[in-house]
Design a protein around this ligand. Sequence first.
Ligand code: FE
Ligand code: CA
Length: 526
Amino acid sequence: MNRRSWALYLAQLAIATQWPASGWGQTLLQHDPFGVGVASGDPSPDGMVLWTRLLMQDPLASQPITVAWEIADDVHFRQIVRRGQTIAHSDTHYSVHVEVQGLQPQRWYYYRFMHHHAISPTGRTRTAPAPGDMPPHFRMGFASCQNWEQGYYAAWRHLAQEQPDLIVFLGDYIYEYAMPRNTTGLVRSHQLGHANTLADFRNRYTLYKSDPDLQAAHAACPWAVIWDDHEVQNDYAGDMLSGMLHPHLAVTAQAGWQAFYENMPLRASTWLRGVAPDNPAQRPWPLYRQLRWGRLANVHLLDTRQYRNLQACRSSTSRSAQAVSPAACPELADPARTLLGATQEQWLHAGLGQDTRTAPTQWSVLAQTTLFSPRNYPSGIVSTDTWDGYPAARQRLLASVAQQQPRNTVLLGGDIHQNYVCQVWGNAAIPPAKKASTRLLASEFCVTSISSKAGTTQAKVDAIRSHNPHIVMSACEQRGYGLADITPQQWTTHLRVIADAADPQSPVSTQASWIVLDQHAGPQKL
Ligand code: FE
Ligand code: CA
């Protein structure tokens, strides 16, 4: 992109975002290199990742640039505890991923970046508790699915104000597709095309991250992020990345994953292991990982896209995964089918064993992207992109929980743009109302979207719930986020919803609160 087309791009963004063009003009003139904000992530007991990405005035720039950073005890930066310099490179789009070490556990800090005379906004971040500690309280926000065109981010502004210790983002940070022209009901529109190339994905993140409420949520506390499908392509599966049926998808995925890394507070090792110009297939991006909060919680962050088999009975040319009748799709029950891949399954099994034995943990949290519990439609069909499409893999995970016996297991999910609260039974195929042979193993909170539309009606959702007794709540009409207040004795999930995603100033309220008592699996209405 030359200088002229960059100016044109910014002007188009100004039109697209319905912001005054003078605002973008000023950005261009004064050139705030920190226009996409700051973030922090993956806190450990002695540090975290500090992130920013510099917007370059000259889009053809390729010289490395020096960025200074500092982290302090106080918001005025009088008590600076660490500072340093790092180099931002054009090959990672001038993103910065500083891995701070040597801090005190269980403490809040403030951080910022400097480049020439520019100073970034100040972010607030914190360390995790020491490994042996049992903190009395841990507040964790969780959210997914922020289609920029379908809603404003009032939900992010409210979540930032709830003062969470950590925000877990469960996927669909961007949407890769371009809404057809003349689509009605959009609250804002842009003119970016369907994302295929690295430049396309980078533009998507710049657009999404221009939102002040999203920036505020990133600046409020550390995040832990995983991706779902729309960071690459709707309903893609790892299986589609090899072979000749989708020859361009592996390249698209590499571009999407790289842009995700560039824009997220992930550790630099993610990039070093993820990028392999010679053969991407041999070095998958290492996204699944653990985040431990002392002895109170261990969050297992799962990658449900990169290693999954193709959705059952999906035709090789279909652009999305279809719902199927299990009777008409024997492949669905194939025990060899996997959602996480064998390596990640084994890693999770070992991690759950660690939570029980070597590092006894009060709450084992499975942070994954989609609905885990069965959702049998009254028509008899099931969707194939959720865990319903991988029943043998789901049963293996349940068997792993049953065998390892974590003290408490809570599953978090997103993707379906609806609030679902579920009892998780030991045998997912047996309706709990009928069988005493299965055990209540865990609790599931699948959270509604930040802004993406649900695409269903409450009447249909009610019909599904009455057909699935393990689903204790389902609501599709409101956007929002989950807020978990976690203590050694009790987990409380507040499902917070905004009144209207078309209103950037929308108020927030609590749709429902559910508790899980220590060593009593299953959500109970508060
Ligand atoms: Fe989504
Ligand atoms: Ca999704």
